[in-house]
Design a protein. Structure first.
Length: 219
């Protein structure tokens, strides 16, 4: 069973997906972490994230692996554990840019599907329901008001020690939304068979409860 969870930035995807996976005893596949890993390598190599050819070329000499230890996940780039470096603002911004490069998406596809093959996976990310796991039996598309999403993301950043003004978070988020929705490759759109959940006024617990009910009904 693969459960696919998509939706825009700051909607609470990761929190909800992690919790749902823990409840069900499933693996949590954070696909965004893989795009962030590529972005990390790009920045580390002093390549411009916008330089498609160079980014694509860099992939030839890059290895990205995800390891799972109970519920904890580690991301290795070229066999080095860079998990703690994936959520800086620089990596976040570069990940949004490199994720629009077709070669990057194609390169990450088999890595994601291989993890999916283990079964019992909650996969979270922009195109997991439409492209990576199109036949997943259960798909959710989370939505929330942009201001609510900016507030949530800002709280996360502050907690991680990267907090700036909330206006900056709002603008970053709007910019990413626009880029993610308008890009020709894998734009942010719900799969036709995805169940929408508006999380604006729901607690994390309420969202997970709705999902658990759908899982019970489907199995
Ligand atoms: O979910 P996140 O913020 O960790 O994702 C980082 C970036 O990667 C984000 O800009 C969207 C992109 N991404 C993507 O294009 N496809 C995915 N399946 C996951 C993330």
């Amino acid at each position: 069973m693969i459960i696919a969870i998509d939706g825009p930035a700051g909607v609470g995807k990761s929190t909800v997906a992690k919790l749902l996976a823990a409840r069900l005893g499933y693996l949590y596949l954070d696909t965004g972490a893989l795009y962030r890993a590529v972005a990390w390598k790009v920045l580390q190599s002093k390549v411009q994230p916008t330089d498609h050819a160079q980014v694509a070329g860099l992939l030839q000499t890059t290895s990205v692996q995800m390891q799972f230890h109970n519920s904890a996940m580690q991301v290795l780039v070229d066999h080095r554990d860079i998990t703690s470096e994936l959520r800086t603002p620089d990596v976040t911004s570069a990940a949004s840019i490199v994720s629009a490069i077709p070669e990057v998406r194609e390169w990450l596809l088999p890595i994601q599907r291989q993890i999916g093959q283990r079964g019992s996976v909650v996969a979270e990310g922009r195109d997991v329901g439409t492209k990576v796991f199109p036949t997943a039996p259960l798909k959710f598309f989370l939505e929330a008001d942009a201001t609510v999403r900016a507030e949530r993301r800002h709280r996360e950043l502050v907690a991680a020690g990267h907090g700036g003004p909330i206006e900056t978070t709002y603008q970053d988020l709007s910019g990413r939304d626009k880029r993610d929705q308008s890009r020709p490759i894998a734009p942010l759109t719900p799969a036709a068979d995805a169940r929408p959940i508006d999380t604006s006024t729901l607690t994390v617990e309420q969202v997970v409860e709705q999902m658990m009910a759908a899982v019970s009904a489907a199995s």
